[in-house]
Design a protein around this ligand. Structure first.
Ligand code: HEC
Length: 116
């Protein structure tokens, strides 16, 4: 009996967790659009990296990411690398992602780097 209650509780917690929309959707977006270059774990080691002349940012590095404001991160995701004087190899995502999705991605990046 005790066990059954426990699994119900786990189920309820899981259901609640996945309905917290931003955490799942930002992670999904990252895994759809960003991993090829930035890597599944966000460490800048995606499958495209060997063909690229500029190393995609390691999003797990607090040192590399900590100096950026949320506004800069928003801008570089929406408008691409050139918008903050970075490489054109970082593509603009403003056509594929809404502002809200981009804001959620900024929060997701903050979780990856554990900074800010
Ligand atoms: C085609 C490869 C590619 C894809 C796909 C890509 N990026 Fe990038 N990204 C780069 C490269 C290369 C850089 C580094 C540019 C530089 O240092 O000049 C970069 C840099 C960044 C930076 C800037 C970090 C900083 O402050 O220096 C952010 C933020 C970022 N990417 C987020 C994303 C997000 C979010 C996605 C998915 C929506 C994404 N990138 C998809 C290649 C890519």
């Amino acid at each position: 009996m005790k066990n059954k209650c426990f699994s119900w509780l786990m189920f309820a917690l899981l259901a609640m967790g996945s309905s917290a929309a931003w955490s799942t959707s930002a992670e999904d977006n990252y895994k759809n659009f960003c991993w090829q270059c930035h890597g599944m774990a966000g460490n800048g080691m995606g499958v495209n990296v060997q063909d690229m002349s500029v190393q995609p940012r390691d999003h797990t590095s607090a040192k590399a990411m900590g100096g950026r404001s949320d506004a800069d991160l928003f801008k570089v995701i929406k408008q691409g690398g050139l918008a903050i004087d970075k490489s054109v190899l970082m593509p603009p995502w403003g056509d594929s992602l809404s502002d809200e999705e981009i804001r959620d991605l900024v929060k997701y990046l903050r979780k990856l780097c554990k900074c800010g």
